[in-house]
Design a protein around this ligand. Structure first.
Ligand SMILES: Nc1ncnc2c1ncn2[C@@H]1O[C@H](COP(=O)(O)OP(=O)(O)O)[C@@H](O)[C@H]1O
Ligand SMILES: [Mg+2]
Length: 243
């Protein structure tokens, strides 16, 4: 299914944030002397202010698609046109410098697991992308603290590296990091998978607030309640259930 052709939906008057055309991703498994086709003929569009949920069976290529949209995996074919601050960039052909610039200004990827860095506090992990954007470090840390507090990370933990945090706490730091920076495009890989009900709702509210401010969201949501609360459309990889 294409995410296009949904005139009259919320946010449809806004511009296109991401346009994927005929995306193909093949992994070369050198040690096995073989190739694995993870994505084929993927075409979709996401507009600013809209959320597209990516769904499909385990191994269907959902995370691979998100990594391609972040420029982490290089497309094997097709186009991934992202609307950046300075115009459109095709991630399939962009230079590393263009991709890095998009990541600072436009794209935010919330991975399934927080990458923890020894000795870097939760607060600094959340503030770092904002400081990289050129924001005042004090203001960035202030906003980082607000987001951690919204996500119920107790203040005594803000100054600690998340190495010793629980899975759910780490994931909340990850969400705070991905959302506090006001990226125009959010790529969310099962952001609420390890959260309790209350924090799941906080995350949903924060993501919906980002949408209301005009962010485009592409998300993998393993929880159908979360998906229903966020998604304007669903993009199926592989056959949808019941077909
Ligand atoms: N870096 C990689 N190298 C080789 N194969 C990969 C790599 N990343 C993903 N794959 C393969 O691509 C397929 C899709 O994986 P993935 O995108 O993680 O699926 P999903 O997120 O839908 O569960 C799987 O068969 C997986 O093993
Ligand atoms: Mg995945």
């Amino acid at each position: 299914m294409s995410a296009g052709g949904r005139e009259g939906r919320r946010g449809s008057a806004r511009g296109i944030a991401i346009a994927v055309r005929d995306l193909r991703k093949t992994f070369v498994l050198h040690n096995l002397g073989t190739e694995l086709e993870a994505l084929r003929d993927v075409s979709l569009e996401v507009r600013f202010g809209e959320c597209l949920a990516v769904d499909g069976a385990s191994g269907a290529g959902k995370s691979t698609l998100l990594r391609c949209l972040y420029g982490n995996y290089l497309a094997s074919g097709g186009e991934i046109v992202v609307r950046g601050e300075r115009g459109e960039v095709d991630l399939a052909t962009a230079s590393p410098r263009e991709i890095l610039e998009l990541r600072v200004r436009t794209l935010s990827h919330v991975s399934q697991f927080l990458r923890v860095i020894p000795r870097v506090s939760a607060l600094d992990i959340v503030a770092a992308p904002m400081i990289e954007q050129g924001q005042d470090p004090g203001a960035a840390r202030g906003r980082a603290g607000e987001f951690l507090a919204r996500l119920n990370i107790p203040e005594r933990l803000h100054a600690l590296p998340p190495m010793t945090f629980s899975g759910g706490e780490r994931q909340r730091v990850n969400i705070a990091r991905g959302l506090a920076r006001r990226a125009r495009i959010l790529l969310l890989d099962e952001p609420t998978a390890s959260l309790d009900r209350h924090n799941r709702q906080v995350a949903v509210d924060l993501i919906n607030a980002a949408k209301a401010e005009g962010a485009a969201v592409v998300g993998i949501f393993h929880d159908s309640e979360v998906r229903d609360a966020l998604a304007d459309a669903v993009f199926w990889l592989g056959a949808p259930p019941g077909r």
